[in-house]
Write a protein that binds this ligand. Structure first.
Ligand code: AKG
Length: 209
């Protein structure tokens, strides 16, 4: 399959060969319809019902603030993970999560050991600019990102030049892999949107060392 990805480069529409997104100092693979509609609908519903969603709090400027989204952490035993100043101990894998994990592992040729789930309840939930560069993720973190529900923009910007940006719309059933030196050179975010949209679930599978 050639040239079947359309990605917006802030205004311009560009096409790249499937599944590679060409971005300097990054390794990005994008699978636009990795899960078909029926499978995506079923997984979306099951995850909404079975995951132990909660709203974590982070310390910022000496104040405890709720994160602007719900989240949950699942994975192999005894591998705690710290992000945004919160240390999380994973819950045991559910059958649904294991099935998703096996399917993406076969494609990405990586064994993931944990997953951070984010639930964006509406367009006001978001995640700000950051990298996934915690030391537990190793030198060149590999992140497998799976998406269900409402479409949201996923934006990247270079750490050393914020004007250099890239974005891709992550729709129901998509799978994006970030690897190589991506986390050393690029930050990412899912911004707020004023559009009336429904819920979105994002699962970032990770390898914790
Ligand atoms: O929701 C997304 O697509 C991104 C989530 C994210 O950046 C993260 O979990 O670190």
């Amino acid at each position: 399959m050639d040239n079947n990805i359309q990605a917006d480069l802030f205004g311009q529409t560009i096409e790249t060969p499937n599944p590679i997104i060409k971005l300097k100092d990054a390794e990005l693979l994008y699978h636009p319809a990795f899960f078909d509609k029926a499978e995506s609908d079923r997984i979306f519903k099951t995850l909404l019902e079975t995951i132990e969603w909660k709203q974590d709090k982070i310390m910022m400027y000496g104040k405890e603030l709720p994160l602007p989204r719900l989240s949950a952490w699942y994975g192999d035993n005894n591998k705690p993970y710290t992000y945004s100043g919160i240390t999380l101990n994973p819950l045991p894998w559910t059958d649904e999560l294991l099935q998703i994990k096996e399917k993406i592992e076969a494609e990405a040729k990586v064994k993931f050991s944990s997953v951070l789930l984010n639930r964006y309840r509406d367009g006001q939930d978001y995640v700000g600019w950051h990298t996934d560069a915690e030391k537990e993720l190793g030198k060149n973190p590999i992140i497998g990102s799976v998406n269900f529900g409402a479409t949201r923009k996923f934006q990247l910007r270079r750490i050393d030049d914020h004007k250099e940006k890239f974005e891709v719309e992550l729709k129901h059933g998509t799978f994006l892999v970030m690897g190589g030196t991506t986390q050393h050179f690029w930050q990412h975010q899912v911004p707020k949107t004023a559009h009336k949209i429904g819920e979105r679930l994002n699962l970032t599978f990770r390898v914790i060392y």
